[in-house]
Design a protein around this ligand. Structure first.
Ligand code: IVH
Length: 693
């Protein structure tokens, strides 16, 4: 037998070194070696691990690079529930909270911390090793995102130090620093992908990524702020988190002990301003009773502890000058006015542009060029103008005049009834609309044509190689390779992903067509209801509304789309190219409903209407839209139409509830398999009082 013990020693030594340097760099911000030296150690470890799979360890520092395997998330019940905090925006309410506790308990210590703006995570450690990472979910059950969390370098995989409890959970916030957020959104912009509205959405979205290798690249970070476990050896919060810091966790360096409302308010006032120069997003301060015995006597409400409160900062706003207004034309022809501002710092980034929504809003706020305007960041991508500082208005300023012609093609703008926006009606002749439709079509959620980004689409358009989405399917690698900035290899990639898009399912093709108001979900419902593009094209206004989510407005937009001969010609060319214009036939699960005509009507609790209809088909039955003499039964939910009900009673048709219908299908597959939680969970109510600190 070969003696591998020297290799084992080297692997273990490398892992220790890498863990140590990882902590120095990501947790303590005081690296001791260069990135290059770190990478060399990592490479050596990864080579040895590849050669010696017998020394595999799921917590090796090499897992930080993530994997390309896709993973489904199983749901896991929280051993200790993940509660939320009661919020306040008012200093009076906060003072009342502090004084109430002080009246009961006398002088009290409060731990004040920043409220990180990301997504909550619960990490479980056993014998000093990370075993599980679970999202908050509904507070009782969350998703197991361990593989993704292992790639976040500030989260220790293996703890070091003394007195580490054998078993505990530690909770914190996974967040995306501004620098990572800006980088991610610029990459997404270049790839014509939808931007994340704010770092919080980006952090939450990233954590639910299917491939941990993607998570590894996105630069997430994590701060821990709360520990839970049985018999933890601490009497207060600060002591507890200081110990956690010694074991390798990143704990906020700005946590401070305060006594009395005055000190707490000073902390808040300081951070309301100072947070603007932090490199990550925060949205408030959390004030927690420090002493655990006192926490126990204060207890919990159903949703949150009585010993803590979150004071939330008001949305940040800045005052700056409005230089000019641009008008952008979207792929549907919608006109969006965008303000150009004198650059100003707001919530961690420099703002130069802001949204103005529409003509009515500009008029309502009486916004004029040259005005000093207030800008705020809400949940959206670009900030918005919320008001004008009239005291600074110049005497020669004039009211803003909204445009009447398309700034791109000169067509006269129109307004639809009930719509606040103006539209350019020149769909087939207006450049940003044409480009916008092609860019929408190639998006990942639509046809997923890799390698083609917004810039390449523009390049192809400028060079006369494409004028609409159907032209993509006549492109040849030779045409592409001649373009500036596109080499032979990229050209081949583009051609093969165009080819691959021919097998993209019908629902995504329908979404990709870019019919106004037909988003991803509506397209899914329509594809599952109508089964083919031909059925949709043949449907009238009422029939279209039989699909879930399709109301009058969407039905009208669909009819208009298919009434346009230019669109019809494109559709026929896409059909000839071989795109999927029909939903895939699903495999039969049973023939229990064979020969049965069934009507589904009303609102349901366990399944959506479309899911029930799909179930009927999977079990051999036929869906009917109205009750007739040959209807076998009705699956009726809440608010079933009275006309249908009357007719059913008259014809003596059996009416089943959703539950009865599911029982009829027996053990056939009606729901995804239940996920397995941890066995032998201690009863939550018992644990709350003693262990959730
Ligand atoms: S303590 C019992 N501390 O805010 C609740 N939460 O609405 C324990 N958060 O879900 C939470 N920073 O995601 C706590 N320093 C901090 C926090 C913090 C951010 C989040 C957390 C929680 C939400 C509460």
């Amino acid at each position: 037998m070969v003696d591998n013990s020297a290799v084992k020693v080297e692997i273990e030594h490398l892992r220790e070194q890498l863990n140590y340097h990882n902590r120095k760099y990501y947790v303590e911000n005081s690296p001791e070696i260069s990135d290059y030296d770190f990478d060399c150690l990592m490479r050596r470890l990864m080579d040895l691990e590849a050669e010696h799979p017998e020394f595999y360890d799921p917590l090796s520092p090499s897992v930080r690079v993530g994997s390309d395997r896709t993973s489904e998330f199983t749901s896991v019940a929280h051993r200790y529930p993940m509660l939320s905090l009661s919020n306040t925006y008012s200093i009076e309410e906060l003072s009342a909270f502090i004084e109430r506790i002080e009246q009961q308990q006398g002088v009290t210590e409060f731990a004040c911390e920043l409220k990180f703006d990301g997504t909550a995570i619960s990490l479980t450690y056993e014998k000093g090793r990370l075993v599980r990472a679970v999202t908050r979910g509904d507070g009782t059950t969350g998703d197991d995102v361990t593989a993704n969390v292992k790639t976040i370098r500030s989260i220790p995989l293996v703890l070091t130090g003394d007195d580490i409890p054998d078993f505990f959970e530690i909770r914190g916030e996974i967040f995306m620093p501004y620098a990572s957020f800006d980088r991610l959104n610029s990459e997404r912009e270049a790839a014509a992908e939808q931007l994340f509205a704010n770092p919080r959405n980006a952090a939450a979205g990233t954590l639910k990524q299917q491939q941990s290798a993607v998570v590894a690249k996105r630069g997430l970070d994590c701060t821990l702020y709360q520990m839970a476990g049985d018999n933890l050896p601490f009497t207060n919060h600060i002591e507890n988190l200081e110990a956690a810091r010694r074991w390798g966790f990143k704990v906020s360096e700005y946590m401070t002990l305060c006594r009395g409302a005055k000190e707490v308010i000073e902390y808040i006032n300081h951070w309301d301003e100072a947070r603007k120069s932090l490199p990550y997003p925060t949205d408030g301060v959390v004030i927690k009773v420090n002493n655990f015995a006192l926490r126990n006597s204060l207890g919990f409400t159903a949703k949150s502890p009585r010993w803590a409160v979150a004071y939330k900062f008001k949305a940040e706003s800045a005052l700056t000058r409005l230089i000019s207004v641009d008008f952008q034309v979207g792929r549907t022809g919608a006109i969006t006015p965008v303000a150009n501002l004198e650059p100003v710092l707001l919530a961690g980034t420099t703002v130069k542009r802001a949204s103005l929504h529409n003509a009515e809003q500009i008029a309502a706020l009486d916004i004029r060029i040259g005005d000093m305007v207030y800008v705020e960041k809400g949940g959206e991508i670009i900030p918005k103008i919320t008001g004008v500082e009239l005291s600074e208005r110049k005497s020669d300023s004039t009211p803003f005049e909204y445009i009447t012609l398309c700034p791109e093609c000169g067509a006269e703008l129109v307004r639809f009834e009930g719509e606040a926006k103006h539209y350019c009606p020149n769909q087939s002749g207006c450049r940003p609309q044409i480009l916008g439709r092609i860019i929408h079509f190639i998006r990942r959620k639509a046809m997923n044509i890799d390698g083609l980004g917004a810039e390449t689409v523009e390049l192809l358009f400028e060079n006369g190689l494409i004028a609409d989405i159907a032209d993509l399917y006549s492109l040849r690698a030779n045409d592409l390779a001649l373009l500036p900035r596109l080499g032979e290899k990229s050209a081949d990639n583009i051609i093969s992903s165009i080819e691959a898009s021919k097998s993209v399912p019908f629902a995504r093709v329908l979404f990709g067509l870019g019919i106004r108001f037909v988003g991803e979900t509506t397209a899914k419902y329509m594809a599952s209801h109508f089964k083919s593009l031909d059925a949709i094209m043949a449907a009238d206004r009422d029939t279209l509304q039989e699909a879930d989510e399709v109301g009058d407005k969407i039905a009208q937009a669909i009819i208009e789309y298919f009434a346009d001969p230019v669109n019809l010609a494109i559709i026929e060319r896409l059909r000839a190219a071989g795109l999927q214009f029909e939903s895939e036939q699903s495999v039969l699960s049973s023939n229990i409903l064979e020969g049965k005509n069934i009507v589904v009507s009303g609102k349901f609790t366990l399944h959506s209407r479309e899911e029930l209809k799909a179930l009927i088909e999977r079990h051999g039955g036929k869906n009917q839209s109205g009750v007739s003499g040959n209807t076998d039964f009705i699956v009726a939910g809440e608010n079933m139409g009275p006309a249908k009900l009357q007719k059913a009673e008259k014809l003596g048709v059996t009416i089943l509830t959703e539950q009865q219908f599911i029982e009829l299908l027996g053990n056939s597959d009606t729901t995804p398999p239940p996920t397995v939680a941890e066995p032998e969970q201690p009863k939550v109510e018992q644990v709350i009082q003693t262990s959730l600190f």
